[in-house]
Write a protein that binds this ligand. Structure first.
Ligand SMILES: [Zn+2]
Length: 349
């Protein structure tokens, strides 16, 4: 069968090649790949900056934003041929640490977790893949191809849960949320904000193209300005850019008792001259919290599937701005200005 593979750590090694059919030891549920989304992590892996091959192998099958159709459910109850499923990405570390031991592998403490398509387990960019039934999430069949958005939605489902958890420390009646960045993660964070009944604002550099339109279609407000120049103080900021200046301005802008949830991963960036103790003093005097959030556990996957099932199908469909064939994976990984989510489509749906 065909698969998109590469040698982690070595740029220029990605190719579409023939590999063996998935091993039954990889899971009792056999799945036909329908589509796999691509994101910045895939680009980093292909560029040799991230990623680890499975033990004893030199190449890794890429892909962690899956959507597939069950070919053979095996002995597992709860699945039947034709079900649309998405594979959970992370597996608990083998120790396991206390968080992995209770199923919170997203909070792994020792970093020895593994991840399909990223860290030591083959991913989902192959014509067929196998999965353990407990790591296969069924998606609403009416979502069709839109089920490929589940993995990025899990990231924001967890971020929203973090915000809610911090909010429980005191009486909390939030009204406004600012989402920085209108990529897939930002737009899905905005979707959940609307579903939670909040007044949602989204900030991004783009002044035209699909981003402003998608924000408006949600009933949210779009801003193509700086965070500092906004004329209100958000109760919640979900930061999805990873850009130093945006993060610094977000921490300064959030209202008293506010929560800044960081989901973007970047490097460097000026701090705008704010010294650490000054930032800390502002947080102390206003009871602000900055919380980081990464990955998702099974509870977040379940919640994310509920969010997608509730969402407007046309709006979700507009997030998928490009579909490419597996042979054109390099084109899928090359970002174009109006791209939001690009998927590699393995089979018709
Ligand atoms: Zn762990």
């Amino acid at each position: 069968m065909k698969a998109i593979t590469l040698e982690p750590g070595k740029p220029g090694t990605a190719r579409l090649e023939d590999i063996a059919e998935p091993d039954v030891r990889d899971g009792s549920v056999l799945v036909e790949a329908v589509a796999v989304g691509v994101c910045g992590t895939d680009v980093e892996i292909v560029e040799g900056k991230y990623g680890w091959s499975p033990p004893g192998k030199t190449r890794l099958v890429l892909g962690h934003e899956s959507l597939g159709r069950v070919i053979d459910p095996g002995p597992a109850k709860g699945f039947k041929k034709g079900d649309l499923v998405v594979g959970i990405v992370r597996r608990p570390d083998p120790m396991p640490c206390s968080n992995c031991a209770v199923g919170e592998w997203d909070m792994c403490q020792n970093g020895q977790y593994t991840e399909r398509g990223i860290k030591e387990i083959d991913g989902y960019m192959s014509e067929r893949w196998r999965i353990e039934p407990e790591y296969a999430m069924k998606v609403d069949p009416t979502l069709g191809l839109l089920g490929v958005l589940l993995e990025p939605t899990t990231v924001v489902a967890k971020a929203w849960e973090m915000v809610a958890a911090v909010g429980q420390r005191s009486f909390w009646d939030p009204h406004t949320v600012l989402v920085t960045g209108a990529g897939p993660i930002g737009l899905l964070a905005a979707l959940i904000g609307v579903q939670r009944g909040l007044e949602v604002h989204v900030l991004d550099r783009a002044t035209s193209g699909p981003k402003p339109e998608l924000v408006k279609a949600l009933g949210a407000t779009y801003h193509s300005t700086t965070v500092s120049s906004l004329d209100f103080e958000p109760d919640i900021i979900v930061e999805c850019t990873g850009v130093g200046q945006v993060i610094a301005e977000s921490i300064g802008k959030v209202g008293a008792g506010g929560i800044v949830c960081l989901t973007g991963v970047g490097t460097g960036g000026a701090t705008g001259g704010a010294a650490i103790a000054d930032v800390a003093a502002a947080a102390v005097l206003r009871n602000n919290v900055v919380v980081g959030s990464v990955n998702a556990n099974k509870r977040h996957w379940y919640k994310a599937a509920q969010c997608l099932a509730r969402a407007d199908r046309d709006w979700l469909g507009r997030l998928i701005t490009r579909r490419e064939e597996p042979a054109n994976f390099a084109r899928a990984l090359a970002r174009k200005p109006d791209d939001i989510k690009v998927v590699i489509q393995f089979a018709d749906i």
